[in-house]
Design a binder for this molecule. Sequence first.
Ligand SMILES: Nc1ncnc2c1ncn2[C@@H]1O[C@H](COP(=O)(O)OP(=O)(O)OP(=O)(O)O)[C@@H](O)[C@H]1O
Ligand SMILES: [Mg+2]
Length: 612
Amino acid sequence: MDGQAKRLRLTQEQSSRQIKSSPMNEKATRNTQKLKSIASFLPFLKPYKKQLLVATISLVLAACATLVVPLCFRKIIDLGFSDISHEQINLTFINLFIAAFVLAFASALRYYMVSWLGERVTSDIRKAVYSHIIVQSPEFFETQQSGELLSRINNDTSIVQILVGTSISMAVRNVFLLLGGMTMMFITSIKLSLLILATLLLTVIPIMIMGKKVRQLSRNSQDKIALASAIAGEKINAILTVQSFANEQKEIKAFNTSIEASFLASKIRSAARGKLTFVAILLGFTSIITVLWLGAYAVSNKEISSGELTQFFLYAVIVAGSIAALSEVLGDVQRAIGASDRLLELLGIQSKVQSPKIPFSSPPEMNKAISIKIQGLNFHYPSISTNVLSDIFLNVQAGEKLAIVGPSGSGKTSLFKLIQRFYDPQSGIISFDGVDIKRYQLDDLRKLIGVVPQDISIFSENALENIRYGDENASDDEVVTVSKIAFVDEFISKLPDGYSTFLGDRGVRLSGGQKQRIAIARALLKNPPLLLLDEATSSLDAESERLVQQALEEAMKGRTTIVIAHRLATVKKADRIVVMENGRIVEIGDHSSLVNNGGLYSHLAQLQFTDA
Ligand SMILES: Nc1ncnc2c1ncn2[C@@H]1O[C@H](COP(=O)(O)OP(=O)(O)OP(=O)(O)O)[C@@H](O)[C@H]1O
Ligand SMILES: [Mg+2]
């Protein structure tokens, strides 16, 4: 986790502690909580103090220039132009031009700086969220949908971006304009100011109420669109299943229904927006016309000059504009509070499996096989309370080849997960060379283990990079060497671009057996002292299996290997065989003694091993 995420977590912990201890009533608590969830993102702004300063200065400058313009206009109108010198005319217009120049320059600078800050902070938050998610233990991913996580990284951070990159600066600028404009209005004419405030309130209140409804409706239509694309995404990912059940028409119908629902939501929103536009323009003009009307009387009664009326009118426009902008900003801020709450919640989750505070200083050497000792292991997955592993005691010698067999669901893969410390057992200890694996830095521990898993992940990259995933520092030659050992070279060299061939999204261009061989090559490239093979050869035909077996035997030399096996050929070569049933070890021995025992193994050997 990088510094920012840490800082953020600290602020969040502080704020939640404060919230808990506060005796305020519920609504007030919620409001402070809202403000705090926005304030929690302030640490992300901290590294950019200089940019923040430039943005603030340009913002204030632009607002001041805006407020100066009406003054210039008043002067121009009151001068009348008929009986004054050309010099005076020039001076007035040059002043106006300078104001316009300052306004243009400061606005452009403010826009750039504020957008820059927004983008920068969002990028930092995205990085912090991703680096927080990717270190979570598998338990976290059991309860989170990947689609939802991605949406948090993309959408929620974009909403925060709007807040930092637009809303905050808009709010500050408009509060400035509102206060400045009102002050100037009152200086110009108190009577007209009170009048216009009354009409403005009459205009703004209904617009704000209607605006809130429009915002709710637009959120609704966005949700509907997100739902439709989530449905489509899931089905496109499972296209073979959809087509083999001939469910295309059903899926088209389901998608069309959800798209129509989103259209309906958009239609309702557009109608509401249309009504809002009508009311806003009508009420806005009515209030302006009314005040001008009364202003015209004031001018004709010589209460104010026509220049002053113009000046007043321009300030009124500025004030009205800023009120409208502020009500808009309020909606964005509310959305941003929702989004930052969700992000903070995510960043607050601690991974269940953590490296120890003071890790074991010298991890086992990479080029020496390790011994494993498992003592009294009991384990159930966090989501289910029944044990999947019970009372496991097992010693594996350094360099031993151990096979695990057992019916489906007997806990074999779960045992591998515990050896890699994806979960911690409820009781029991696993140790490598006599050291509890909990004492290792997680990275160090996992560097020791090469795994060929049951579900193989191929990334949408070329063959070379997919194998290099085992060791990012490996040279091209090293990749080719392990590819030859794992019989990957044999089929890759036949691909159109050889090792540069793109393997398709999730490896769709490979057969099951080819994916397995890539996974074996990947594990070998890591060159680990412990190999865990989960049915590593189950998808291979008899001939390739024989080749891969040979290769694996070569690779197993000098390492400790545990292989979950469904084939007799694999099992027979093992030094010892562990038989598991219902999460327990029921038999241990070599092939012939276990067959002679007449227990579960001999039964499995007859039924399950295809080439028995
Ligand atoms: N993430 C999980 N959460 C809850 N239960 C799980 C989880 N993963 C596996 N299980 C359960 O744990 C039990 C053991 O599963 P495991 O994957 O270890 O079996 P296995 O022996 O590898 O089976 P197979 O030979 O079919 O691969 C099963 O009953 C399974 O339903
Ligand atoms: Mg399994």
